[in-house]
Ligand binder design. Structure first.
Ligand code: ZN
Ligand code: CU
Length: 480
């Protein structure tokens, strides 16, 4: 007689993603679903995992990623699976791989954060979704279409507002993306190719979101001196479209702005009473994106993460490189471009305040194609569980898990994900609460985390014993 369960995770401590207090139970999985949580001592299964002394939680949902291409070029998704991540939100900061065909043209920064021009090979969003579904990754994905990508398709020069005709073209592409399964639009108004877009352009391009109540996610125009003005712009876009907004990687940068999250968070909390607003955060006081001398000037230290003309400088301090080249920071930067960097430009107290804010989700913002990436790529989730929850006591483990599961699934409309309950999809993470932590550091950023024991996606084990199993059960998720 066949077993009633394909898999039983036995004797674990359940942290279910809702902030409910932990309790001990077995978890029975059949196919891609959790079918029973309780005492399964006398039940047999094709496969069993002993989780005694370990936490069993929903798999983590990375609220903010740039994994559009990683899912195709390294589908085992090691940087994410190794952290217990089972779903990624891709297409952030205005940067999506589709719908754009570049051929042998180079990708204009920041689109080059996803790699070379020839990775931009999907003429429609549907084509990208189809390719992902035919070549699944180890993680599920929910996809945003990027406003900057659309601008590159629809416009010749990017240093001006889009014309009515160009806005019309972008609306058609937004509609096509939503029909193909995209959950919303992202913008990166901070970056050069989108900076000239006025608020009205964004509102008009995003019009198609209203009918399906899809999301507007944004890397805001300004996270420095003008951060409150940028928050107000974001809220206005959400109100005019009547859609929920997500403030990506909320932070305030630059020494003169240290402490200002005590101003931004109450503003967000106040506006949340009258409109849908969410936010995510990565747990570090250093940011990372393309290299520029202006950005470097805002921080105390800058590390180069990649450089096309000078790959040998990846991982080095910009000031040290400038010394070697005997050039100013400005001139050195010009020599290194196109390039990426890590900027130490935030206040740790702000990072903690944002992370501890009741409504903040955890998102890595990891850049998977950097030669010497920011450690957030491999370390975000274990760092929140280990460093911030266990060591600093910033919040209980149940809250930490909620910020990376239940809250995130609710925000992005991912049905039957993010909460460990009977009937939900079997996206699970088994980890050791006593040892879980990041192993990645700024000096050695490519390291699988500690304490993540088993990761399960749609009922299939994707990560175990410190390595990928090779399983690729990921699906493209729609918004409900
Ligand atoms: Zn961003
Ligand atoms: Cu980003």
């Amino acid at each position: 007689m066949g077993e009633r369960y394909d898999l039983i995770v036995r004797n674990g401590t359940i942290v279910d993603g809702t902030r409910a207090p932990r309790h001990e139970a077995d978890v029975g999985v059949r196919g891609d679903r959790v079918v029973r949580i309780g005492n399964l001592k006398n039940e047999r299964a094709k496969k069993a995992i002993d989780a005694a002394g370990k936490i069993v939680s929903p798999g983590f949902i990375d609220a903010h990623t740039h994994d559009d291409r990683l899912m195709l070029s390294a589908p085992e998704m090691a940087p994410k699976a190794s952290q217990g991540v089972t779903t990624v939100i891709a297409g952030n900061c205005g940067i999506s791989l589709a719908p754009l065909v570049l051929g042998n043209r180079t990708a204009p920064p920041p689109l080059d954060l996803l790699g070379e021009g020839d990775w931009y090979r999907f003429g429609s969003f549907a084509e990208y979704v189809k390719t992902l579904e035919e070549n699944p990754a180890a993680t599920n994905a929910a996809l945003l279409v990027g406003h900057t990508t659309l601008r590159v398709v629809a416009m010749g020069d990017l240093d001006r507002a889009a014309t009515e005709n160009e806005i019309g073209k972008m609306q058609v592409m937004v509609r096509e993306a939503l029909d193909a399964g995209a959950i919303g639009v992202s913008t990166g108004l901070y970056y050069e190719p989108a900076r000239a877009a006025p608020t009205e352009e964004v509102i008009e391009v995003c019009r198609p979101l209203t009918a399906s109540k899809a999301l507007y996610c944004t890397h805001m125009r300004d996270e420095g001196d003008e951060v409150t003005g940028s928050l107000e712009e974001t809220f206005r876009i959400g109100r005019e479209l009547n859609v929920p907004v997500v403030v990506s990687h909320h932070k305030v940068v630059g020494t003169p702005n240290f402490g200002r999250t005590s101003e931004t968070l109450p503003l967000i909390a106040e506006r949340m009473k009258s409109q849908g607003i969410s936010l995510d955060c990565y747990p570090y006081c250093a940011s990372s994106t393309i290299l520029s001398a202006d950005r470097a000037a805002l921080g105390t230290k800058t590390l180069v993460t990649w450089s096309k003309p000078h790959p040998e400088f990846a991982g080095m301090d910009l000031a040290v490189i400038a010394g070697k080249m005997n050039l100013s920071i400005e001139k050195t930067t010009q020599k290194l471009l196109p390039a990426g960097a890590i900027y130490f430009s935030m206040d740790e107290a702000d990072v903690q305040r944002v992370l501890a804010f009741e409504h903040t989700m955890v998102g890595s913002d990891g850049l998977p194609h950097d030669a010497a990436p920011h450690p957030r790529l491999w370390g975000t989730f274990p760092r929140v569980l280990g460093h911030y929850s266990r060591s600093l006591g910033l919040f209980p483990l149940e809250t930490a898990v909620y910020k990376m599961t239940g809250l995130t699934a609710k925000t992005f409309g991912l049905k039957d994900r993010g909460v460990l309950k009977e009937g939900a999809y079997a996206d699970l993470c088994v980890f050791d609460a006593a040892t879980v932590d990041e192993a990645a550091t700024f000096a050695r950023p490519i390291q699988p985390a500690r304490g993540i024991e088993t990761v399960i996606v749609n009922g299939a084990i994707t990560w175990q014993d410190g390595k990928s199993t090779g399983a690729r059960p990921g699906r493209v998720l729609r918004r409900h």
